[in-house]
Design a protein around this ligand. Structure first.
Ligand SMILES: C[C@](O)(CO)[C@H](O)COP(=O)(O)OP(=O)(O)OC[C@H]1O[C@@H](n2ccc(N)nc2=O)[C@H](O)[C@@H]1O
Ligand SMILES: Nc1ncnc2c1ncn2[C@@H]1O[C@H](COP(=O)(O)OP(=O)(O)OP(=O)(O)O)[C@@H](O)[C@H]1O
Length: 292
């Protein structure tokens, strides 16, 4: 096999995100549900005759050298070289970028995770899922989740994950048109870091019943992000008229769950023209699993 086309890099929504504490190294202890959704970027991989790793699509604001896709591919290339003593073939990577940057949808992390999974396959590198997750973690906190590949409850700094059966529903997502830098939200002196740890014992039905359309928990990063970025607050207020609306990750995107696609369409029809908005279906599993 010399190419892998149309590899999905889906977005995630944090259905809730509790900040329970802060480690000595500054990283925060979280509890969250990562929900995979059927909306995201698409990547295409084509092997080269040399050993170069190249991005063949322009991504405004992200130079090739700092792109998480390229950095992830280089990490795997170095790992293969270390283990086998030989460099794998080079690769051209194209991307159809759909997800907004600084959107809280995990776009960069998902792109990197898809790159690691696709190249592990194309290069026949043989890394286990756990090894790929560990390789990706230093590049982004959400990369292990996307490689884990299932809607999951996560704890710690996001590395301890258990699959959950989240509600089978649709989401309306609004992009408020601002990019939120994750580190600035976590650094804020106004961030509360003391939400009590939730103990969840039954992962099959308990979470499904509790997080569903009623909106379990809260997003502790929301208060800080809405103060710093008023368009996020405005989008939450607008969408809140149709259900429980909240921010995903560190923002900026805002979502609300609805039971059916028709309900999602009805809300979308009313979204003010100044915002980009779309619908997505809840997924249990990462769609790349069917391709590899
Ligand atoms: C908040 C989430 O969106 C939840 O899904 C993610 O955990 C953030 O993932 P990300 O954007 O990939 O973030 P990273 O690039 O890994 O980290 C950016 C910065 O966020 C802060 N950070 C991130 C994750 C975490 N558990 N504690 C933190 O304090 C750190 O200051 C870090 O330097
Ligand atoms: N392939 C990539 N796609 C998007 N952003 C990238 C990529 N490579 C590097 N970046 C950098 O990462 C930053 C964060 O982008 P990303 O889309 O992951 O944010 P996010 O959706 O807020 O993520 P999270 O939910 O993990 O906080 C961007 O501002 C950009 O500079």
């Amino acid at each position: 096999m010399t190419s892998l086309k149309n590899c999905p890099a889906p977005a995630k929504l944090n259905l809730f995100l509790h900040v329970n504490g802060r480690r000595a190294d500054g990283y925060h202890l979280l509890q969250t549900v990562f929900q995979l959704i059927d909306h995201g970027d698409t990547l295409h991989f084509e092997l080269r005759d040399d050993h170069q790793i190249r991005r063949v699509t322009e991504l405004p604001g992200v130079p090739e050298e700092s792109d998480l896709i390229i950095r992830a591919a280089r990490l795997l290339q170095a790992d293969v070289l270390r283990r086998t003593g030989a460099l794998p073939p080079g690769v051209n990577i194209a991307i159809d970028k759909v997800l907004p940057m600084g959107g809280g949808l995990g776009g960069g992390s998902s792109d990197a995770a898809t790159t690691l999974m696709a190249l592990n396959h194309l290069w026949q590198a043989g890394l286990s899922k756990e090894a790929l997750m560990a390789l990706g973690l230093p590049l982004g906190a959400d990369i292990p989740f996307f490689i884990f590949g299932q809607t999951a409850f996560a704890e710690g700094v996001g590395e301890a994950m258990r699959p959950v059966k989240a509600p089978d529903c649709w989401y309306v997502v609004i992009e408020p048109g601002v990019a939120v830098p994750t580190a600035a939200i976590f650094c804020s002196e106004h961030l509360t870091r003391d939400t009590p740890v939730v103990i969840i014992t039954d992962f099959s039905s308990h979470l499904e019943n509790r997080i569903g359309l009623k909106g379990f928990g809260k997003n502790d990063l929301q208060q800080v992000a809405t103060k710093l970025f008023p368009p996020v607050a405005e989008a939450i207020e607008w969408l809140g008229a149709y259900g429980d609306a909240r921010m995903t990750g560190s923002g900026a995107c805002v979502f609300s769950a609805v039971a059916t696609e028709n309900e999602a369409d009805a809300v979308l029809a009313k979204v003010p023209a100044k915002w980009k908005a779309w619908k997505a279906k809840a997924l249990d599993r990462h769609p790349i699993i069917e391709k590899l």
